[in-house]
Design a protein around this ligand. Structure first.
Ligand code: NAP
Length: 300
């Protein structure tokens, strides 16, 4: 199926439970990947070139290895050129920087991603700053962070971008809505806040020093939680008929669970993402989108 508009097709990716909607991120991500695959086919036909994604992996961090493998698999499935450059944990920072400079100049590379976290002896800021902002498919380069906050077009960090797609699948017009973002990381909370502000929401950003967290959450028409504490958000923190987006991925003895108590919160929310199967699958799909967008910017 060819998707005309990502938000339109999302309605097919929503499951209803009584009157409450479980937002199916897995299906939404699959729909988006299909749309992107068609786009790659068209670009290949038109320009005889395909977008390329290069991921740099330093060290042996087990979750990072899994994430990188999944990124490569998804990239190949939609027809992108995909490459992983692996370095040992002890690699000299200069070698990584030189490789980034080389990739910056390589026309076959549309997107560069350095998998985080990096070993302690490597300066993460220096590495991110070295990536050409036009190829920064994570959207972490200071120039892109600035562009996002001033409302200019730029690569948007993948997880918040995925969250916004899911939110808009339920509520296309967010103007005037009260949004609360729980967590203020550069990766998730801050760019999420900015995206919601750009949609004309009234946004509160809460964190570990926020007083009366429950009261803040209870004001939210849209509640995005990116904290990393299993089931921090209880049912009675959730405003009736709100949209709840759970970014958390917490490994526990019972499996992977989110930052929101899904069973309790779903009694109050209008729509909620499950964990797993909510935000997670959207992150990689949005990375692929950023890579294709970067390619398109390079050929105009
Ligand atoms: P992070 O960098 O550790 O930031 C956590 C944020 O939560 C911080 O701003 C912190 O406040 C705040 N916080 C911590 N304890 C709190 C509390 N008791 N009450 C209120 N706020 C509190 O985490 P992150 O990288 O944003 O990741 C958050 C979660 O998302 C993790 O579970 C991570 O695994 C998951 N994640 C999921 C995806 C995905 O694709 N679904 C992608 C990335 C991350 P302070 O700033 O005051 O310390």
């Amino acid at each position: 199926m060819v998707c005309r508009n990502v938000y339109e097709t999302l309605y097919s990716a929503i499951n209803f439970l009584d009157n409450m909607i479980i937002i199916n991120g897995k299906q939404t991500a699959a729909d988006l990947r299909l749309k992107l695959k068609n786009e790659v086919d068209n670009l290949k036909f038109k320009f005889s070139k395909i977008p390329g994604l290069t991921v740099i992996l330093v060290g042996e961090d087990a979750p990072s290895k899994i994430y990188v493998k999944n990124k490569e698999k998804s990239a190949k499935e939609i027809g992108l050129k995909s490459e992983i450059i692996k370095y040992p944990n002890t690699i000299d920072e200069k070698i990584v920087l030189n490789k980034i400079h080389e990739l910056n100049k390589d026309d076959s590379v549309s997107g560069i991603l350095v998998q985080l976290p990096l070993p302690k002896h490597i300066n993460t800021k220096k590495i991110i700053d070295a990536i050409n902002p036009d190829k920064d498919v994570d959207g972490f380069h200071p120039k892109n962070v600035g562009n996002l906050s001033s409302g200019h077009e730029s690569p948007v960090p993948c997880t918040p971008q995925g969250c916004l797609i899911l939110i808009k699948s339920i509520e296309p017009n967010l103007s005037g809505k009260k949004a609360v973002v729980l967590g203020r990381s550069n990766l998730n909370g801050k760019p999420m806040t900015q995206l919601l502000l750009n949609e004309n929401c009234t946004v509160t950003i809460a964190h570990s020093k926020t007083k009366n967290l429950k009261e803040e959450c209870l004001k939210a028409d849209i509640l995005v939680v990116a904290v990393g504490i299993p089931k921090l958000v209880k049912g009675d923190w959730v405003k009736k008929d709100s949209i709840v987006i759970d970014v958390g991925i917490n490994k526990t003895e019972k499996g992977i669970i989110g930052d929101v108590d899904f069973a309790q919160a779903s009694k109050f929310a209008k729509a909620i993402t499950p964990v797993p199967g909510g935000v997670g699958p959207m992150t990689i799909a949005c990375l692929l989108k950023n890579t294709i967008d970067s390619f398109k910017r390079s050929i105009v």
